[in-house]
Design a protein around this ligand. Structure first.
Ligand SMILES: Nc1nc2c(ncn2[C@@H]2O[C@H](COP(=O)(O)OP(=O)(O)OP(=O)(O)O)[C@@H](O)[C@H]2O)c(=O)[nH]1
Length: 321
């Protein structure tokens, strides 16, 4: 059975998320969308701003914010979608402007029921070129939305000068060096494909890690404290030890670790193991077998805030088989 791709649209209040949703509905005529709208507050107005789609294709979550309610309501809606045999082939989730999308992604990579039916496509983060730098100073959640995204849209370019736009791009790169960044107005993007990117597939994870390695950015840090670190280890790791360490590491650092990706060389395992985590949820999938002449090396990328490289390095060395 084909799994349904899920695109998560995040971004701070008013950045242009609903506008992007409307473009998707207008531009991807071949797709049958189901949409989950999460608005913070009593009244759900966002769903009435979504145009040209049947109201039965829009599901509202207005009971607070998805990330705070630990996805209970999201889970119920996803269950309903599955059971109702609703006719759709792509799910779009628009988060509230104040949501940290991490916990939404976590459900999709860890919950067996959800994983059976849905596959994460990508996370698109809308940013407002006019207010980006001031919002970033005030709103911690915006840093997380940017850091976790696969694609970042720098929107509202009509409201800033060319040099301000360039400064914004620099700022976004400092928060997320691996995402694709696209400039736009009114959330209209033509130069790249935004849907069906499948950023969470093992081969994409693989490409990302190799890309980081070849660019020699194995420890990038910036003034905002968001870092992307690459660890490598040639000795095989112990499956049990790494599982237990990662579990504890993510639990203790849930506010500061945004994302982990890795290719693991586990003792006694002939295949590469592709590791992913968002928040405290971990997913490991079996990748291709190691080639005879290939260097069997584990590579782990950790993206987060205020990472203590020395301690993490020391911990990782203890995971050898
Ligand atoms: N000037 C200008 N206005 C824009 C642009 N993109 C969106 N807007 C306007 O900004 C406002 C907010 O856009 P939405 O698409 O509703 O933003 P949102 O992120 O869904 O907003 P919330 O759901 O409230 O967080 C609307 O009035 C849009 O018309 C742009 O590129 N330039």
């Amino acid at each position: 059975m084909n799994k349904i791709p899920v695109t998560v649209i995040t971004g701070f209040l008013g950045a242009g998320k609903t506008s992007l949703l409307n473009h998707f509905i207008a531009d991807y005529k071949e797709k049958k969308f189901a949409i989950i709208e999460n608005e913070f507050g009593e009244e759900n107005i966002d769903s009435s701003l979504v145009e040209n789609i049947q109201s039965e294709d829009i599901f509202e979550l207005s009971n607070g914010c998805i990330c705070c309610n630990l996805n209970q309501e999201l889970f119920v809606v996803l269950q309903k979608l599955i059971e109702s045999k609703h006719d759709f082939n792509h799910l779009l989730i628009e988060t509230t402007g104040i949501a940290d999308p991490g916990s939404i992604l976590a459900s999709f990579i860890s919950d067996p029921l959800i994983k059976n039916q849905f596959v994460l496509d990508s996370v698109i983060c809308l940013t407002d070129a006019h207010s980006l730098s001031s919002d970033l100073q005030k709103e911690e959640v915006l840093s997380k939305q940017i850091a976790i995204a696969d694609v970042i849209l720098l929107n509202k370019l009509d409201l800033v000068s060319a040099s301000e736009a360039d400064q914004n791009i620099q700022l976004l790169k400092e928060h997320n060096s691996h995402a694709e960044i696209v400039r736009c107005q009114y959330s209209k993007v033509e130069e790249i494909q935004l849907l069906d990117r499948f950023s969470y597939q093992p081969d994409k994870v693989f490409q990302h890690i190799l890309g980081l390695e070849s660019s020699k950015i194995n420890h990038s840090e910036n003034i905002h404290g968001i870092q992307s670190m690459l660890f490598t280890c040639e000795d095989p790791l112990d499956q049990m030890k790494i599982g237990m360490w990662l579990d504890a590491f993510l639990q203790f650092n849930q506010d500061t670790i945004y994302r982990v990706k890795g290719i693991l060389n586990l003792a006694g395992v002939d295949n590469k193991i592709i590791l992913q985590s968002v928040h405290t949820q971990i997913q490991a999938t079996v990748g291709k077998a190691w080639e005879q002449d290939e260097k069997r090396e584990s590579k782990i990328v950790i993206i987060g805030k205020s990472l203590n490289r020395e301690v993490i390095d020391k911990n990782l060395l203890e995971l050898k088989a």
